[in-house]
Ligand binder design. Sequence first.
Ligand SMILES: [Zn+2]
Ligand SMILES: [Zn+2]
Length: 688
Amino acid sequence: MRDRLKCVGLLAALLVVVMGCGSGEDEQGGESNSSKAARQGEGFSATEPRDNEDPPFARWDVVEGLRAGQEAPVHRADGGGRVWLDSALSLEDPVPGAPVVAGTAGRWTFGFEAGELGIAEGGLILFRVSPYWRWSQPWCLPSGAEAGTVVDPMALAMQPGLTEVTWDAEGLEFEIYAVKQGVVMRVGGRAMQAGEQVQVVYGAGGAGAKADDFAERGAPFWFAVDGDGDGFPHLLPEPARTDVIAGPPAQLVALVTSCLSPGEPGRLTVAVLDSVGSVVRSFEGRARLVDSHPSLGLPDELVFTPEDEGSLTIELRPQDEGVFRLIVEGPEGLSALSNPLVVLEGLEGILWADFHGHSQISDGTGTPADYYAYARDVAALDVVALTDHDHWGERKLDTDPETWELIRDTVREFHDPGRFVALLGYEWTSWIHGHRHVLGFDEELSLNVLSSMDPAYETPRQLWDALEGQPALTFAHHSAGGPIATNWTYRPDPILEPVTEIVSVHGVSEALDAEHAIYSPRPGNFVRDVLDEGMRFGFIGSGDSHDGHPGLPQLSNPSGIGGLAAILTEDATREGVLTAMRQRRVYATSGARIVLRCSLDGHRMGSTLSADEAKGELALLVYGTAPVRAVDLIRSGEVVETVLPEGELAFDFAMSWDLTDLQPGEYVYVRVLQVDGEQVWSSPFYVE
Ligand SMILES: [Zn+2]
Ligand SMILES: [Zn+2]
C-alpha cells in the first residue's frame, strides 16, 4: 500500500509536494464564486439542523442563572463609589515599591469611598480577587472579632488571604463574611453616606496573600456595590489594579520563520521566560547562537537590555537552501532549540496563528494589549485573535460597549498588515449548543457582539443568519467534550465555518483514539465522527489560553498540550488569512511549529477532489521539532495504517501511500506524533 521514501533528499521531495498544488475548485476562495459553490455544491443542505432538539448536555440551568443576573434591576446607587490601591507590599522583598513576583505572597491595601447616592442600610460592598489564576481565597475573622482573639495566631500566620476591613465613620457597622473569591461587607447601623470610606487589607495576616501564578500588568481587584440593598451588587466602573511581575528566568524560547526561499527575509525571536511562560521583562544579559549558520546572516550573540522587555526579534536572510534548527544558549545554563527553518527556492510560507484566547476582561489574565504584544513579541505569531466571552467572566461584552470598544482599539493599534495580523473576535459562549468563537476580517472592524444570551442569536443557525455575507468566521471548539461539547445537529455553514478547532489546552477533539483526547469526552461527538456524516472541515489548533500566553499556553499546561494553526499562505493580511481559511489551506498542531506538507496527487490538503482526480499518491513530508514516533493514516472513519519509523528516530520524515482506490464520499488525512508528545494533523482531502 505504501511506498516509503528514504529520509534523504527531503528537500527535493518537498518541492514535489509543494509545487504540485493543483488548482481545484477550492483554489479561488474569498466570498465570491467558491463561496456559492461551497454552499450549493457540498452535497448537503448546508445548515439545516437534523432536528431542533437540545443536545443531552444542554445547560439551561447555567443560562437561566445568567439571564436572571441580567434581568436584575439596577438601582442608581448600584455600582457607585470608587476604589483605589493604597499600597502593595511584597512579603519576599518588603521594601516600599518592590513589585510582587507571580506566585509569591503580598499584601494589598485598598481604599473605598461611597458614591454620591451612598449605600442603603442592608446594602453591600463586595471585594473580589480574580479567580484566574490562584490568588489566595480571601477570608475574614467573624464580624466583631479582633485579630488574635478568636483565632489561633499561628493559624493566622499560616493561612494566606486574611482580609481585614476597618472604618472610622461613627454609627456605621459592617457584617463581614467570605464568599467564593471574595469578602462581603454588609452595611448596618445606618446608611453609608456619600464620601464615607472603608479600608480593606488583603493578605493582612503573616502569610499575606498569594498572587496570580502569571505575571500581569494591571491585575484587577474587583469591587462591586449593591447600593439599594436588593442583594444584587454591580461592579464599579474601574477596579483597583496592581502589577505582578514574572519569576526568575527559567526557560528560553527560540522561534524562527518556518519556510523561506533563499534571499527572502525571515525572523528569529528569542524570549526569556519564567517557569510558567511569563516573559521576564526586566531581563538584562546575553544569549549566544551555538552555530549561527553563516548563510542565515545572524549575529553570534544577542544582547538583551531592559528596553527589550525580555524578548528580541532579529531579521535573518538565508542565502542557501537547507533545513536549519538553531541552538541558543542563554544565561544560567538555559538553552533552546528552535523550530525548523526550511529554505527552498519557491517554497510557500506558513503563517502561524492562534485564533482563540482570553484576557482579564472575561476569564483570563493580562490586559488585551499585553495579550497581543505577547503574541507578536514572545510567541512570534503572525496572526492572533483575542476572543473574550460574550457573557461570562468578569466583564460581559454584550452589555459593556465601552470594553468592546477598548478591544477594538487594541486590535487597531496592533494590526500591521504584511507583518502581524490582529483580529477582532469574541466567544459566543452557548451553554446549550457549545462554544464558538467569532472573528471579523474587515479593515473597519465592524464586528459586533451577537450574544448567545440574546434569544435572537441563541442558536448556531441564528448566529450564522446574522453573520451571512460578512467577512467573518465562526469556530466550534472543544467540540467533543470539555466544558461543553458542540451540538452538531446544526451543520456548520460551509462559508462561515470552513475549519474547526481540533486541539487546544483542553485536549484533542479530533478522535477518541487520539493521544490527549479531550476530558469529559462524548463518544460520537468527535470531529472524525461528523466527517463520517459528510461534514467537511479544515483542521486547526488554537490555544484557548487563559494565562496571557497566546501561542505558548502549553508551557503552563500540565498535559503539555496547546494548539496552533498553520495557514498555508504568505499573504499576511486579514483578507489573505480569510481566503486561505475558506479554502481550508490549514493544518493543526498541538503547539509545536512542525512543518508538514501533504499532497494527494498534486492537490493541496483541504481540497475536495473528484474520484478521478483523487487517484494517485498521498505524499507526506514532516520537519519536526522532535523525532517522529509514529504516523497514522486516517481514511473514512478509522486509522487504516500506523507507520512506525525504522531505525534511529529522525526529526525529518517522508513517505507516500498509493491511494488509487479512493471512492466518492471518502476522506483521508494524516496524524503525526513526535517523541515529545507533540502532534500535527493535516487537513483532510475529500473525495466527491
Ligand atoms: Zn469555550
Ligand atoms: Zn475560550
